[in-house]
Write a protein that binds this ligand. Structure first.
Ligand code: FES
Length: 186
């Protein structure tokens, strides 16, 4: 999955070279090293912090790959546990790659009462999200749950790439996703 993320994080020609590196691993390592060195230089120049390093890592990779945490831990002599402490404290950081499109289903009380669980299960089934995973195998979608988003009057609520849809149902969500996928393939 890191290969996939890297492919989509760099200019297209670099991405293609990374794709070609799939399986070899050496080019991938070099690319990670290059990106981390750049973040490290910025850290020294701007007198950065663990948080700023993590923000930069996420900006580049889309999430916090384990390799990068150990890379910085070694160079800065900061225990990896310090990085993980910050990552798990702030909701803004992700330890797993996220999809290109984010489907967020509200699981607050009002939405739950009106069937959000069935809706999420339907979305996951439609997108073939594997058991125990949040992101589709091709990296196109991440399906996540959140607590009340403050729109209980239109529960259950579904958010597709920050666009809010209210009064949803399993069927409506399924149709909405099909429309969304169709619009993206045009
Ligand atoms: S519980 Fe879903 S918007 Fe409040």
């Amino acid at each position: 999955m890191l290969n996939y993320v890297l492919m989509n994080s760099f200019p297209s020609h670099s991405g293609r070279r990374l794709a070609e590196a799939r399986g070899g691993g050496e080019l991938l390592k070099i690319m990670i090293e290059k990106k981390c060195q750049k973040i490290l230089r910025r850290y020294y120049k701007e007198n950065g912090s663990v948080v700023s390093i993590l923000q930069d890592i996420q900006e580049v990779f889309g999430y916090i790959p384990e390799e990068t945490v150990f890379w910085f831990s070694k160079r800065l002599n900061i225990p990896a546990s310090n990085f993980y402490g910050v990552v798990t404290f702030y909701a803004q950081f992700y330890l797993k790659p996220r999809g290109k499109n984010i489907i967020t289903a509200c699981c607050g009380t009002a939405c739950h009462v009106k069937g959000s669980e069935a809706m999420i299960n339907r979305i996951r089934a439609d997108l073939a999200v594997a058991e125990g995973e949040d992101t589709t195998h091709d990296g196109k979608f991440t399906v996540e749950n959140v607590a009340c988003v403050g729109a209980c009057s239109i529960a259950p609520v579904l958010i597709v790439n920050k666009k809010v849809y209210g009064n949803m149902s399993s069927d409506k969500a399924s149709i909405k996703l099909k429309e969304f996928e169709k619009s993206k393939s045009r």
